[in-house]
Design a protein around this ligand. Structure first.
Ligand code: ADP
Length: 178
């Protein structure tokens, strides 16, 4: 059984096997949680990202995709860089792209034998995904993905504020009651 929990905090301070980054397609750093992760990890993280193959000029990961690097100065061991969708009303495949981020991060972690993965609220900042919808999507995607990945023992959803935390608490209660 995988334990899925939510906490309020700064993901860059969490010790675990892998923290997930809410990155952009360049993977070269940005604002929000991405900026915080790169600041704490140090310049080696940017260099590791830069060395990942480009799919097209300046695109190292598609929307809904995930790439892994070491975590360098962070207390975690690895960083799983996910590119969430920019929310544009919900009719541009944003839901499936957000599901895909959570699934792929879990699958990559499982394929490497990692057991504790920690997520921020992907797309819930600059990318403006409605947080109630994102909370539901993320809890359901994680819950489903770990069913077939018994090596994943623990998933932590890190909210940066109480509002996001409350959303995740509610969705976790609902999924447990089903
Ligand atoms: P996106 O571009 O995918 O929307 P953002 O970084 O703008 O990514 O925001 C994603 C979420 O991460 C937001 O809920 C934001 O409050 C949260 N966040 C920002 N900094 C941190 C941090 N240090 N730890 C955890 N969550 C963070």
């Amino acid at each position: 059984m995988t334990s899925i929990e939510t906490v309020v905090g700064d993901i860059t301070a969490i010790s675990c096997d892998a923290i997930v980054n809410a990155a952009n397609q360049t993977l070269l750093g940005g604002g929000g949680v991405d900026g915080a992760i790169h600041r704490v990890a140090g310049p080696a993280l940017r260099e590791a990202c830069r060395q990942l193959p480009e799919l097209e000029p300046n695109v190292r990961c598609p929307v809904g995709g995930c790439r892994i690097t070491p975590a360098f100065g962070l207390p975690a061991r690895h960083v799983l860089h996910c590119v969430g969708p920019i929310y544009r009303g919900g009719k541009h495949d944003e839901y499936q792209q957000l599901v895909s981020c959570y699934e792929r991060a879990i699958w990559i972690a499982a394929s490497l034998g990692l057991s504790h993965v920690t997520f921020p609220a992907i797309s819930c900042g600059a990318y403006r995904f409605p947080i109630d919808k994102a909370a539901k999507i993320s809890v359901r995607a994680v819950h489903k993905a770990v069913l077939s990945e018994p090596g994943i023992r623990r998933v932590t959803l890190v909210a940066f504020d109480d509002i996001m935390h409350r959303m995740w608490v509610k969705e976790l209660q609902e999924v447990r009651a089903e």
